[in-house]
Design a binder for this molecule. Sequence first.
Ligand code: PGA
Length: 239
Amino acid sequence: MKKIFAANWKLHISPREAREFFEEFQLLPLADAELIFFPSAISAEAVSESLKKTPHSFGLQHCHWEESGAFTGENSMKVLKELGGKYVLIGHSERRSLFGESDIDVNRKARKAQNLGLTPLICIGESLEEREQKKTFRVLETQLELATRELENSFVIAYEPVWAIGTGQVASAEQVAEAHQFIAEQLEKKGFSGRPLLYGGSVKPENAAQLLKVANVHGFLIGGASLKPEILGKIIQSM
Ligand code: PGA
């Protein structure tokens, strides 16, 4: 399976900065990896133009499940398609905790994405409190069960322990191995096969090589370390 490196730019990087990023960043085809960029909606067109004639893709960090209508402030998957986007990030823990995205919303959005021929990249992960209360597997099982209802076998899962996002506190290789194995088993039980499983949470050049060797880790969802071309490049080189 090709490795996937997904850059979650969050609310950073303007259209001008996106163009500058791609002037510096090497976008050569990589035989064994796929790159996906998730810019903020306003920078999506600049990213789309920069990625033309490259094999790499982009998506949005959040979209509504309706294509259009009276939904002030929302992003449309139909418009994303028109721009040439291929992916939609769904259920990121910041969307869940700061903007009230529920498991039901996640599933609605994922189904809509698939209907339109987009690939949902669905984030799941436990909070620190849930981990300490030994509820990690239960949380992952529930999030996965609700997110994947009635989905086709064409989505990507990112395991992002909430306590490791933007904190510098990376999950250990053992913690990642255990969670990814559990997710892989759950997916198999539900009849999904060959789904890529990404790890996300404080990935950086210093820990990328070790994490990439963990069984069932097929790539990363990278926040802070994806904002600088040089640092993202180093993470990709850790393959
Ligand atoms: P981080 O963010 O790499 O900055 O921890 C990851 C994410 O939020 O997807």
